[in-house]
Design a binder for this molecule. Structure first.
Ligand SMILES: Nc1nc2c(ncn2[C@@H]2O[C@H](COP(=O)(O)OP(=O)(O)OP(=O)(O)O)[C@@H](O)[C@H]2O)c(=O)[nH]1
Ligand SMILES: [Zn+2]
Length: 375
């Protein structure tokens, strides 16, 4: 069995190197084998199974469920059940439970951590263990943007993965890097923060350590943050090549496909999709609460339960602001992301309401028609 996933020999994979754990086996329908989605297209996916990479069409029941709720669609990083069809073809028969998910649109997490959609949500990537938030120490003439870090860390928490902040291009910073790191740590309580220079190789091994145990990561961050350079450094310059793989298509022909789930030669995997790169607004209520856990704790100590932290007496948040323990910038950032999260929630509700209205219109029409046809 090949232990080097970057090799062009795709005849076999050790699934544990792709992150497979036996715990998922119980979910496999009988007669199917597990595979991990490396890329999705319309109605089919490129998947990696123990015997190599395959092109798999979605089973009819998956297409039906997806029509009702796109959350049911397979996405990059999903573990799926593969059923063998005649003539060496494969069908994607089931999507196994997601441990984490990056979702866009009206999808929310229920109390058990499962996803429930309003029929509009889209899952961009699944089963991501580690979410690297890359923020350059210097961006043209600007310093690292703490507000952007807070936003992306909130999205990371919301996905269910573990955020790790990477201050990239640390070589551009001569003095004051320690002060910057201290500010970043205060902006992301409870989150590991590291300085990285892919150029010099500083911190790259540290980053790799988070992928031990064949864990899966994504790298979020603004354009020019050095995400691709970091992935290439992790892959020892092989990432671009490892994305181009030859796979057997439905008719047994070999085609070159662009893989978005990238196994790294040193172990672990990185997911790189256009959707994840354009990461923008998601539902992020719980995520916002987690990034601002220090403010949430203060707010719990305010004299009034419904304190707005504007001018109320006994407000612990304003006290912290006055004493200088809470930076004004961070309070503003909290308010902004809370407004944004509320706006997203309201938008989703409006869409839900519109859908309900449409449903009722149809039901009323049916009822009228039924009434007319009654003998
Ligand atoms: N000085 C310095 N420059 C770096 C470092 N890492 C990347 N760069 C440079 O920063 C520029 C942007 O790097 P990319 O890796 O393309 O950035 P990206 O985040 O992938 O950008 P997008 O693809 O637009 O999302 C390139 O010119 C890199 O050479 C670093 O550690 N130090
Ligand atoms: Zn208050």
């Amino acid at each position: 069995m090949s232990s080097d996933l970057s090799s062009s020999d795709l005849s076999s994979f050790d699934l544990s190197l792709l992150g497979w754990t036996g715990a998922r086996a119980a979910e496999l329908p009988s007669g199917t084998v597990p595979a991990r989605v490396a890329r999705v297209d319309r109605g089919s996916a490129e998947v990696i199974a123990a015997d190599g990479q395959h092109h798999a069409r979605y089973a009819a029941h998956i297409r039906r469920s997806a029509a009702a709720d796109p959350v049911a669609l397979p996405c990059v990083g999903d573990w799926v059940a593969l059923a063998a069809l005649p003539e060496g073809r494969y069908e994607l028969d089931a999507v196994l439970s997601r441990t984490t998910a990056f979702v866009r649109g009206g999808v929310s997490r229920d109390s058990r951590g499962g996803l429930s959609g309003d029929g509009q949500g889209q899952v961009l990537a699944a089963n991501v263990d580690v979410v690297f938030v890359a923020e350059p120490s210097m961006h043209s003439t600007d310093f690292a943007d703490l507000g952007r870090i807070e936003r992306l860390v909130a999205l990371a928490w919301e996905s269910g993965g573990t955020p790790v902040v990477l201050i990239t291009k640390s070589d551009l910073f001569e003095d004051g890097l320690d002060d910057l790191l201290a500010d970043v740590r205060a902006a992301a309580p409870g989150v590991d923060v590291h300085a990285v220079s892919s150029l010099l190789g500083d911190g790259v091994e540290l980053v790799r350590g988070y992928l031990d145990g064949s864990r899966t990561a994504v790298v979020l961050g603004p354009s020019g943050a050095g995400k691709s350079t970091l992935v290439n450094a992790l892959a020892g310059g092989e990432a671009m090549e490892t994305q181009q793989v030859r796979a057997a298509d439905g008719r047994g022909r070999h085609t070159t496909v662009h893989r978005e789930l990238i196994p790294l030669p040193g172990g672990g995997l990185v997911i790189d999709t256009p959707g994840i790169r354009r990461v923008g607004l998601y539902e992020m209520h719980q995520g916002v609460d987690l990034v601002f856990s220090d403010i949430e704790e203060l707010a719990a100590q305010c004299r009034f339960h419904d304190c707005g932290h504007e001018s109320e007496p006994g407000c612990a948040v304003l006290e912290a602001l006055d004493s200088g323990t809470l930076p004004e910038r961070r309070l503003q950032s909290w308010r902004k992301l809370q407004r944004e999260a509320a706006w997203m929630a309201a938008r989703t509700d409006a869409r839900l309401r519109a859908e309900q209205r449409d449903k009722w219109k149809i039901i009323h029409k049916e009822m009228r028609r039924a009434g007319r046809n009654r003998p």
